[in-house]
Design a protein around this ligand. Structure first.
Ligand code: RUQ
Ligand code: CUA
Length: 669
């Protein structure tokens, strides 16, 4: 452990880099192996996380699922998993991305993309505080931003981001969701005339550029619209966050690879001692756009929206995007040097401090917003890059946190003058003071923590009390489950001077960031069922008497209803091998927590899980003749097991008349 401390103080950057590469995970320098953890536990830890059966948790936590492309919802402090919300990945469990209604949600300019890598959830805001209306999340791989409606816990909308590759610093809202911003991690060749985005990889330095996208969010409906982009130098844009209070009009983005290395970035992007924090005055950008400074370029991207009353997702192909060039927009963008290869940028609740966690740096630099403004006023510049002034490091610096640990990644705040930073390499959380930037406490986490989150810790008034560390590596923390182990979250009590570990809980796939909000801001608005009378689905069947089968040529529409405990019709004939059959199933229930499922043998598809009052459609092309059972998959009543039926499939060309019935209903022609 000593070796690491001295390394941290004296070793040149290259040695630090090597040490980091060689030490994928490590226990805390100060407390040693996990065997020492018993003493770190609150003596009353169990009581603090115990939520009596039947009682609700105090907070909702929305954790990103990383490479599962979904969001998982937990109760805090219990760590109970409440729901997985499918967003960018097909979810066979409820038919998301498989049903005819939801398929379009995953449309992109590359076709239907059934998966993505979701990193950052951000709650919508009103006056700088989370309001519990929507959750914005990013797709890293095929650049997209989604909005989840927290009334229904459903993905309401997905917008693709053009001129982007690796949509990592995304989606970051301003204090009233005036904009949700998304920056590209990979720079790409951007051709303003619409010719193909192709260039020699050897021309990285000259031709590749970065883009920052500004998505406008409708105040009432939450609907997103890509308003404009800012074309930036070809760095890699990593993370972002909006200002608050005095810095309300600004957004900050960390950049790395300002060397613009096109290959072997682990070395190429670590040449310079400093990279940049890009500060963007979004109010000014908005003004420039209004004044007509934005130019338009051809683009090709999808915008998919779920219609609330029909529950059908519809896609729109967008063909242009507006953009601003910082060189034409004085005062809009500044670059602030930061120690090389920074990761997170987090703004403190007062809006004065911008904390930049440089994973390779031995200190955590804290920049000052007021000093930044002064430096701009005094033109304290160190030249410019493509017309963007570079401010002097010392002119903006408020101070540095010394010896925070190794590999700082992200910082959040408790609203009581303290900041908490995650240390990936030394596997710990470091608490430090915003007054004098000195370290006050540290606690080991198991292991290799990425993001951390404090309820409201990214707003102007954090709710304090808890911190959740989201760890990349679990190793020995749980019973082994073969080569792949669950990632883990750790709940830490931050209400006192000393941090105390309360609870470990496994997460679904890899949590990156999370958002935590008091339950009372979300729970009262939760929709219990959809009103049947408001269902505008063109294939809805609102009464059993209207259930039917219609066949034209080889296309069959089954208008089916489900109610405890039968489906109508439950006997169907007249379908042939190779027909395209659509089961439009309407759940007639008007009661909370009574979904019905629908599955049919051999379907090359997922099931449907139909919410009360909604209609969902399963497409099925039978490949062989025979009798095909279908049934409800969700145990909905004592007679759930009886909620079943048959479909007869006749060989191709055989003219079996179309007939359907349920119970006493007479076979109809
Ligand atoms: S990242 S572990 Cu994808 Cu938010 Cu920092
Ligand atoms: Cu409906 Cu089981």
């Amino acid at each position: 452990m000593k070796a690491i401390k001295s390394l941290k103080q004296h070793a040149p950057k290259a040695a630090l880099l090597m040490a980091m590469a060689a030490v994928p995970f490590m226990q805390s320098c100060d407390t040693g192996a996990p065997t020492a953890q018993a003493s770190l536990l609150n003596s009353d830890a169990a009581a603090k996380v115990y939520v009596e059966p039947g009682k609700h948790d105090e907070l909702y936590a929305f954790l990103s699922g990383g490479y599962n492309g979904q969001v998982s919802v937990y109760g805090v402090p219990s760590g109970r998993l409440l729901k997985i919300i499918p967003v960018f990945t097909q979810h066979a469990e409820n038919g998301y991305g498989y049903s005819e209604e939801s398929k379009a949600m995953l449309n992109t300019s590359f076709g239907q993309v059934p998966w993505d890598d979701l990193h950052h959830p951000k709650l919508s805001r009103t006056d700088g505080m989370t309001d519990g209306r929507w959750l914005f999340v990013n797709a890293n791989n095929t650049p997209r931003v989604a909005r989840i409606d927290l009334k229904t816990f459903e993905t309401a909308e997905i917008i693709e981001i053009p001129n982007s590759a690796g949509n990592h610093c995304s989606p970051y809202p301003t204090n009233n969701n005036e904009y949700v911003v998304a920056g590209t991690r990979f720079s790409v060749p951007i051709t303003e005339d619409g010719s193909p985005n192709e260039a020699s990889l050897e021309e990285y330095g000259e031709k590749f550029r970065g883009s920052l996208s500004f998505i406008k969010v409708d105040k009432e409906t939450g609907d997103m619209n890509l308003d404009f982009q800012i074309l930036m130098p070809g760095f890699d844009y990593d993370l972002a966050n909006g200002g608050k209070g005095p810095s309300n009009d600004w957004l900050f983005f960390t950049t790395y690879n300002t060397e613009r290395a096109g290959t072997l970035k682990e070395i190429g992007a670590s040449q310079y001692d400093k990279d940049f924090l890009a500060a963007i005055n979004w109010k000014l950008a908005e003004k420039y756009v209004k004044e007509g400074k934005a130019k338009e370029m051809p683009a090709h991207y999808y915008h998919n929206k779920l219609d609330k009353s029909s529950h059908i997702a519809k896609s729109e192909l967008k063909k242009t995007v507006r953009y601003l060039d910082p060189a034409d927009c004085p005062g809009m963008v500044y670059l602030i040097p930061v120690p090389k290869s920074p990761h997170g940028i987090d703004v403190d609740p007062s809006g004065e401090f911008m904390v930049v966690s440089g994973k390779l740096a031995a200190v955590i630099p804290v920049h000052s917003f007021s000093k930044m403004q002064k430096a701009i006023e005094n033109k304290d510049f160190d030249g410019d890059i493509k017309g963007i002034p570079v401010l002097k490091y010392e002119s903006v610096l408020a101070g540095e946190v010394k010896e925070p640990g190794l590999g700082p990644l992200h910082t959040e705040f408790d609203g009581k003058g303290n900041a908490y930073s995650s240390m990936f390499v030394s596997s710990e959380i470091t608490k430090w003071s915003l007054k004098d930037f000195t370290v006050k406490d540290r606690i080991p986490v198991y292991y290799s923590v990425g993001h951390l989150v404090i309820p409201g810790g990214d707003t102007k008034e954090p709710y304090g009390k808890y911190l959740i560390a989201m760890n990349k590596i679990t190793k020995d923390r749980y019973l082994p489950t073969g080569p792949e182990l669950a990632h883990s979250a750790q709940l830490i009590d931050i209400s006192g001077e000393k941090m105390k570990l309360l609870l470990d809980f496994p997460t679904v796939a890899e949590p990156h960031y999370a958002q935590v909000i008091p339950a009372e801001k979300v729970a009262p608005n939760s929709v219990k069922f959809y009103k049947l009378e408001d269902n505008t689905h063109p294939h809805a069947t609102k009464k059993e008497a209207e259930a039917r089968v219609e066949k034209k040529g080889n296309v069959v529409h089954v208008y089916q209803t489900a109610i405890r405990s039968h489906m109508t019709p439950d006997n169907i004939e007249g379908i042939n091998v190779g027909d395209t059959v659509y089961f439009h199933v309407t759940n007639l229930e008007q009661d909370w927590d009574v979904p019905h499922g629908f599955a049919i043998m051999g379907a090359n598809n997922a099931e449907l899980l139909i919410m009360p009052g909604a209609t969902q459609t399963l497409k099925w092309v039978p490949s062989r003749a025979g009798i095909f059972p279908m049934y409800c998959t969700d145990f909905c009543s004592a007679l759930h097991q009886e909620m079943q039926g048959y479909v007869r499939v006749s060989p191709k060309g055989v003219k079996t008349p179309v007939k359907f019935w349920t119970g006493k209903q007479k076979p109809a022609l």
